[in-house]
Design a protein around this ligand. Structure first.
Ligand code: TPP
Ligand code: MG
Length: 589
């Protein structure tokens, strides 16, 4: 077998059924081998979209998404998607063609030093120099990408290595899995300490993140919370791990978090972070002045746990897989039954949700994005998978939509990449066509990977797209209005007559509609969700709309600005005081 054939055989051994690929001369041996395999190839509009499509398969399914591209501009096109996977701990395998080994480091056509370019963006980069090394490298990379804190692995394959004869040994892929098995468990004493803390708390709060965003860990935290019903908040990456429709689920914390999540964190006396990376968008941190709760923190990333140990004096920490730790805690709790005295706190949290519900400008002439989300949240099927762009529509979706299953809210968290929604939705749809896949996108985000309208239409993929078109890069325009003296530059689109719905129809979408009418909005959303095959609903929304609540950069939770429409305030107070300019409306006033 030549190197390319060995690579494809390894992918078959790893049960890969489909790759996202984009060909070019320097990777043609691999495409040739793919032609003789049972592996399907999806061709996206460019390699960034291809890498996102593969990442969509990882985000939605249990597999590791795989993308195969050529050298030079093709591999650099994947850089943003690779960095995105790295930031959100998503496993991904990228195989790239490369100039022949003898030409490495020269000015050969379409050559770039992949190891250097990706050094800081990937979990690992490997240059293969011998076809006989391919099998071990590929099987190892697959498990390495999935293990510990997951991430992307980039494999650079010089042309001569793809065509050279090499050894294929048929190594059992499980051998490599065992290499990365995480065997760290909580001991009896650690479990006792955790539950002592929990039993001593009057207002415990679970803070859960992407580290638990898989079926197994989600089952465990649900069992844990069936026992204890501890109020919970989540990071953007943690949506759907616990069922967000439960009354103890308070939704997303942070800069654009829900009023109740951002208030609960000010009142907790035991903050239990699990599988969450405690990032800067989460604003002021528990343990800092003003938020002096006890902390229990469980995460697989040793650096982060050490940082929290040094800076916040937690009462309990554990470095390891949060799902495994939950297993240990559950077995301990089953052997040592206990009751928590948190009835008052649960009641407080329920009231918080009732007292400060999300709200928006109901008197506005134009449709509000928040209004679309409010209607949509009542229509979503339980099995829906949502992919979003980046911007106001993303934050509003995160605030309003109650996600009921893990791996179902697919969004670019740590890197915040516009252009994410469509290719990720393609990957999610290919990973599991039986689930409803809805891409919620902004006009500017959609334009970044508009070629995927063609991928979806040409492939007749049943992806549903809800495009919220405010004819602007709304989130950035909001900052300009509030902080740059209302000087709007480069964030509004001049051309208002383009209909994205018409473009989608031209790309082969069977169902498209464009609306500016509030009256038919609910029916339009229902029709979008019920449509068969590719479908797009374009809703024209208010360019002036801003997202609330908001916490200004550098401010703490006490400074949460509820805006003019929440917390029972009158609509005349409207000031669009985005990012801290203008009036403050704190829930604690
Ligand atoms: C690749 C990339 N470029 C630029 C940005 C900066 N940015 C963040 S949100 C945003 C506007 C997004 O506009 P749109 O998709 O229309 O969403 P809206 O806020 O209008 O709902 C921009 C430009 C980014 N996050 N990603
Ligand atoms: Mg927009």
């Amino acid at each position: 077998m030549n190197g390319a054939e060995i690579l494809v055989k390894c992918l078959e051994d790893l049960q890969v059924k489909r790759v996202a690929g984009y060909p070019g001369a320097a990777i043609l041996p691999v495409f040739h081998a793919l032609a003789g395999s049972g592996i399907a190839v999806t061709v996206n509009a460019n390699e960034q979209a291809g890498a996102f499509c593969a990442a969509g398969m990882s985000r939605a399914g249990d597999q590791v998404g795989v993308t195969v591209v050529t050298s030079g501009p093709a591999i650099t096109n994947t850089l943003t998607a690779v960095a995105d996977c790295n930031a959100d701990s998503i496993p991904l395998l990228v195989f790239a063609g490369q100039v022949p080994s003898g030409k490495l480091g020269t000015d050969e056509f379409q050559h770039i030093n992949v190891s250097r370019v990706f050094a800081k963006a990937a979990k690992k980069v490997a240059l293969i120099s011998d076809a006989s090394h391919i099998e071990e490298a590929v099987k190892d990379a697959w498990h390495f990408a999935k293990s510990g804190k997951p991430g992307p692995v980039v494999i650079d394959l010089p042309m001569d290595v793809q065509t050279a004869e090499g050894e294929y040994h048929g190594l059992d892929p499980k051998l490599f899995r065992h290499k990365y098995d995480d065997e760290r468990h909580l001991g009896e004493n650690q479990c006792r300490r955790f539950f002592d803390l929990l039993q001593g708390a009057k207002r415990p709060l679970l803070y859960i993140g992407g580290g638990l965003n898989n079926q197994k860990a989600s089952d465990r935290i649900r069992r844990f919370n069936d026992l204890f019903a501890i109020p919970s908040i989540n990071s953007l990456m943690g949506k759907g791990i616990l069922d967000e429709s439960r009354d103890t689920s308070l939704g997303m914390l942070g800069m654009f978090g829900t009023p109740y999540a951002n208030t609960a964190i000010q009142e907790t006396d035991l903050f239990i972070g699990m599988g969450v990376r405690w990032d800067d968008r989460v604003r002021q941190r528990v343990g800092e002045k003003g938020l002096e709760a006890d902390i229990a923190y469980i995460d697989i990333n040793p650096e982060k746990v050490q940082e929290v140990r040094v800076t916040r004096a937690p009462k309990f920490t554990f470095i390891g897989d949060a799902g495994t730790a939950l297993d240990d805690l559950l077995s301990w709790a089953e052997k040592n039954p206990m009751k928590l005295e948190i009835g008052e706190w649960q009641e407080r949290v329920r009231n918080l949700k009732k007292e400060t519900p999300l709200n928006f400008n109901r008197a506005a002439a134009a449709i509000q994005q928040a209004e679309v989300m409010e209607i949509l949240s009542g229509l979503l099927p339980e099995d829906v998978r949502i992919a979003t762009g980046v911007g106001n529509h993303q934050m509003l979706a995160a605030q309003h939509l109650k996600i009921r299953r893990p791996k179902s809210f697919l969004t670019s968290g740590g890197f915040g990449v516009m252009g994410f929604a469509l290719p990720i939705a393609v990957g999610a749809c290919l990973a599991d066509p039986s689930r409803t896949v809805l891409a919620i996108d902004g006009d500017a985000s959609l334009r970044m990977n508009m070629g995927e309208l063609h991928t979806i239409g040409a492939g007749n993929l049943p992806v549903k797209i809800l495009l919220l078109n405010n004819y602007s890069a709304g989130m950035v325009r909001n900052i300009q209005t509030a902080r740059y003296a209302n000087c709007v530059i480069a964030t509004e689109e001049g051309c208002r007559d383009v209909s994205f719905a018409r473009i989608a129809a031209e790309c082969g979408f069977a169902w498209t509609r464009r609306t500016e009418e509030r009256s038919g909005l609910k029916a339009d959303l229902e029709a979008l969700l019920a449509a068969k095959g590719p479908a797009l609903l374009e809703v024209v929304t208010d360019v002036e709309e801003a997202v609330y609540p908001v916490i200004a950069p550098g401010d703490g939770y006490q400074g949460m600005d509820l805006g003019p429409f929440m917390g029972g305030r009158k609509q005349e107070n409207c000031s669009f005081a985005f990012f801290g300019a203008g009036r403050r409306h704190s829930v604690k006033e």
